[in-house]
Design a protein around this ligand. Sequence first.
Ligand code: C2E
Ligand code: CA
Ligand code: CA
Ligand code: CA
Length: 278
Amino acid sequence: SKRQGRNTFSFYTEKMSEILARRLQLESMMQSALERNEFSVFFQPQFDLKTKKLLGAEALLRWNSNRLGPISPAEFIPVAEQNGYIVEMGKFVLREALANAQTWQQDLPYPLRIAINLSPRQFRDVRLLHDLQKFMANNVDPKVQIELEITEGLLLSGDDSVKSTLYQLHDLGFMLAMDDFGTGYSSLSYLRQYPFDVLKIDKSFVQDMGHDSGIQLVNTIISMAHGLGLKVVAEGIETEEQMELLTKLGCDVGQGFYLGKPMPSNVFDELITHFRSL
Ligand code: C2E
Ligand code: CA
Ligand code: CA
Ligand code: CA
């Protein structure tokens, strides 16, 4: 009816202005949130699936706003991407991750690997190489390995400068991981032209392993990745069954709530203490 139509219309306009207002609010608060210490970095552990050894962690940004409470990165990262503030946030994550990694490394007899997310906007920043080089120079313990995670979207531009930046980063000593593999459109053979070390299977594939066809797909990705000389990390492992299946399929590294949720650095300290003695 006419009345219904009007209600639907106002529902959508109200919803849209709500979304827009929230976005503008986040944007205006973001600028000062760093100075107000509202950001922190959490660490989610990654384990060798064969030996169950702690290998390292993925660094994940957290925003606990004084006014709005915790805000999900899925909500604020895209906003920061758009206004460019992600570049500042990224430096903060790198600083925090490196400082903690150095401390942890002193307690471990084997190299620790910390993975950091790089969004396309950060990747395209002209100062990226320079900044990362400086961070590496300050990374006094050469045992610490830094892995940069990038998503498929970045490669799809077919831009040659992307390729050359990836090679330069690799030459500087960074490990490179293809994040969320399978959610975009790139094929595995396409990855051959880039210097990736690691392929991260997206959690949606791990969660689809309830069906035979899902298991078959993950199996294929793992064997093809290994054929290309890539290590495979599975993310989003939520059950023991998923972990055991992935181990059987030869997946190298596991990450997920079942193995450990993202945690503040002082909680990660305890994990390090445990693995120090092994
Ligand atoms: P991502 O890179 O794919 O990170 C993995 C996400 O999966 C994290 O969400 C993590 O908390 C979540 N996760 C881990 N294990 C499980 C599991 O077993 N089940 C499920 N359902 N989820 C799991 P988070 O921390 O909310 O981050 C969301 C996204 O925000 C990240 O996705 C990444 O794209 C972006 N992000 C987070 N931190 C940073 C950062 O420092 N820089 C940049 N550029 N992006 C970031
Ligand atoms: Ca990631
Ligand atoms: Ca991911
Ligand atoms: Ca993701």
